[in-house]
Design a protein around this ligand. Structure first.
Ligand SMILES: NC(=O)c1ccc[n+]([C@@H]2O[C@H](COP(=O)([O-])OP(=O)(O)OC[C@H]3O[C@@H](n4cnc5c(N)ncnc54)[C@H](OP(=O)(O)O)[C@@H]3O)[C@@H](O)[C@H]2O)c1
Length: 278
């Protein structure tokens, strides 16, 4: 059986490709630019654009299971033609689908619910890997983290556990019609996260708590749009219960305990080492 991975060059997708290869699956990866994909050579790389379903026939041909993202473009716009994608998958003979959930279910999820494919929605809470995106620069340059809401709790999940759940569901099935909330093993406060990362890199990291307005100004300086900034203020300042409550799903599906932030920090410590002085 061939398994199609969309978003295969992204944070979760790359790990999902690895997980599937490790269990001997035949993997096809979708990307908008094969020349830049940088995927293992065993992977069949196919070009296509989820925003243009007419480009997807080759990607779905002969596929029995598929992992789908529900957005298109670097600004994560919901798939407008998600219903068309579900139709192409069903017509190609896809039997089982996982969807990496985003901010809200959209046309793709709704359309899948109306098919007889075995679909499973994966709803991870905050990714641990956001730490790389948000903290690397200031930790390396100044040994500091600047964020609002220091006591905010997050049950953040290791991205490899998201991939492991997707791989298990795609290969073994058994979760059809379900929406799975994926978390790590603990709800961790931002200040504790800083401490754990400090221990992993062997260097003190100072935490500077920003006011909401200071955070907005910082994120504008990073080039973020106003919509994303307000989403973050709401998501961080008012983390919903689901985002700060540990769920048993990773262990139930994969049979192994979810990876904690200390493990993530140890795996990524190198990325936070100081910028070498010239
Ligand atoms: N970060 C978090 O804390 C968090 C929490 C919960 C849920 N999520 C959800 O996770 C998802 C992001 O996952 P990620 O971080 O793994 O992604 P990512 O690292 O940002 O990678 C984006 C992927 O999407 C692909 N892509 C973008 N537009 C495409 C298009 N038009 N056609 C085909 N492929 C396209 C890219 O492929 P190419 O560039 O190779 O074409 C790339 O593989 C979002 O839905 C987000 O809402 C994130």
């Amino acid at each position: 059986m061939t398994i199609l991975v969309t978003g295969a060059t992204g944070t979760v997708g790359r790990l999902l490709v690895e997980e599937l290869l490790q269990t001997g699956q035949r993997v096809r990866a979708l990307t908008r630019n094969a020349a830049k994909a940088g995927l293992p050579q065993e992977v069949e790389v196919v070009e296509g654009d989820l925003a243009r379903p007419e480009t997807l026939a080759a990607a779905f041909e002969g596929v029995t299971a598929a992992h789908l993202i529900n957005f298109a473009g670097d600004d994560y716009q919901p798939l407008e033609q998600g219903d068309r994608i579900a139709e192409i998958a069903a017509q190609a003979g896809v039997r089982r689908v996982t969807v990496l959930g985003g901010r809200a279910d959209g046309a793709l999820e709704q359309a899948l619910a109306g098919t007889d494919m075995e679909w499973t929605l994966l709803h991870p809470v905050e990714f641990m890997s956001n730490t790389l995106r948000w903290w690397t620069h200031s930790v390396r340059a100044e040994g500091v983290v600047k964020e609002p809401f220091g006591d905010r709790l997050s049950a953040m999940v290791h991205e490899r556990d998201i991939a492991a759940v997707a791989a298990t569901v795609l290969v073994e099935g058994g979760y059809g019609g379900r929406s799975l909330t994926l978390t790590g093993p603990q709800a961790v406060a931002t200040t504790d996260k800083v401490r754990i990362l400090s221990e992993a890199i062997g260097r003190e990291i100072r935490f500077i708590e920003l006011t909401e307005d200071e955070a907005r100004a910082q994120w504008r300086m990073f080039g973020m749009g106003e919509e994303t900034i307000e989403f973050l203020i709401e998501a961080l300042g008012n983390t919903p219960e689901e985002g700060r409550t540990v769920a048993p799903t990773v262990e139930q599906v994969t049979g192994r305990a979810p990876r904690g932030f200390a493990q993530w920090a140890a795996e990524h410590a190198e990325a936070f080492q100081p910028v070498a002085s010239a």
